[in-house]
Design a protein around this ligand. Sequence first.
Ligand code: C2O
Ligand code: CU
Ligand code: CU
Length: 462
Amino acid sequence: EHMGGNTDSQQDMGGMMHGNVPLLESSKGLKALAIPPILEKQQGQDYDYEVIAQKGNTEFFDGVSTDTYGYNGDLLGPTLKIEEGESVDVKITNNLDEPTTFHWHGLEVRGEIDGGPHGGIQPGDSQIVTLEADQPAATLWYHPHIDGSTAEQVFKGLSGMLLIDEKPSSASQLPTEYGVDDIPLIFQDRLFDDNKQLNYNKLMNDDGTLGTVSIINGTIHPKLTVTKPVMRFRLLNGANARNYTFRLSNGDRFTQIASDGGLLDEPVETKSLTLAASERAEILIDFSKLTDEESLSLINDEGIELLPFDVALDDSPASSPEMWTADEPFLTAQEKARPVSKDIELFGMMDMVTINGKKFDPNRIDLRQEQGVTEVWEVYNKPDMMGGMIHPFHIHGTQFKIISRDGKEPEPNEQGLKDSVLVNPGEKVKLLVTFPEEGIFMFHCHILEHEDNGMMGQIEVF
Ligand code: C2O
Ligand code: CU
Ligand code: CU
C-alpha cells in the first residue's frame, strides 16, 4: 500500500506544483487490442534479426493520419524473443532523419552495445550487435536513448518488447502462447494536438509529458477478447512519465508472477499493482470464475477503464499453473548487512534535476565498479521545499535486488530482480548491484524528460 499511497500523494502534489496531472480517458472498447508481431528470424543473412527505426503514419483516430515513429513499421516495434542462454545477431538500422540509438532495457550486455547516448547511429547507418540472453527469462524492452531526444522519440512511437523466453524444457506451466494466453501490454499516455498530431515540442512538460489519451500497444479504446481461463499479461509502463496503478474492475485479486528481471521468488496475490515509468510486471488473471453477466476490465486507481475484456472462454481446463517458492531466501543475512558503498542523490524537478548535484556530461565518468563485484547503492530521493516527486531510478547493464526501503524489507512483489525502482520523495532505497559485463553504463531517472534534462550519470564497469 506504501507505493500506491504515495502515488496518490504525488498526484496531489502534481496538482499543486507540477502542473495539473491530466486524467486519462476511459477506454470505450471500440477496437481490438493490437498485438505487436513477433520479429521473424532472417534467412540467408549474416544476422538473425533486423530492427529498423523509421517514420510512419498511424490511424489512431478514424480517417486521420498521425505522424509517428516505429521499428519495422509505423508505430512501436515487433517483439524480439530470445531464448534463455541464446545469443543472436541483430542488425540495427536508422532510417529516421535524426540520430538515434537502440537500447536494450534490462538486458545485461556489454556497455559498448547497450545503446546508451554514446551509441548514436546516424541516419542511413546500420550496425550489427550480438545480444546474449545470459540471464533468467524476463520481460524486457527496447527503445532509443539519444541524448536530449529520448523523450520525443519514445513519445512518437519508438518502443518494443524484448522477451527472454524460458527454455522449452523448463518445468513452468505458465501460459506461453504469445498473443493467445501470453499477452504483451505496453501502456502509454499520449497528448494529441487539434490536428490529432503528436506535436511533442509544443506540449513538452519538463517534468514529463502526461497525456490524456491512454494507448495500449498503440491502440486507443482497446478491448481484448479472452479465450483462455488463465491469462498471462506482461505489463510494461512505457509512458514518458506517468505512474500506473492497476486494478481489476470487480476488485478481485490477480497474481503477480514476475518483476522487471524475471519470476518473483514467490507469486503474490494482490488487488493493485503500481508501475512507474519503465517498470514491468507479469501477472496472471483467472477468468474462469466470472459469471456470464459479469464484465471485467483492467482499470487504474482512479477508476479509469484501461482495457475492457470480452470473455469468450474456449473449453480449455481451468487449472491454475502451479505456484512456486524459491528454496533460497531472497537476500541472505550477509547481503542485508552489507555496508553502502555508493550514494545516489536524486534531486529537483523540471529542468533543474540532478543526480549527486550534477547534470549528465557524456565526457564525465561519475562512478566506477568492478565487473562481477557486488556493491550496495543507496538511492535517496531528496525532497525539495515543496515536497518533491517520485523518480523511477534505472540502472543499465544489471538486474539488481532491492534490499530495503527506508530500512524496511521490500514488499513481496519487489522480491525479484529489478532494473528500475520507484523512489518516493524522501525515501532511501538500498540496492544490491552487480554488473556481469564491463563497459560504460547509464543510471538515470526514467521520467524521460528528466533523463533528457540531465538526470543521468555514467558508471564505468572495469
Ligand atoms: Cu529504459 Cu536508460 O533506459
Ligand atoms: Cu535501460
Ligand atoms: Cu525524475
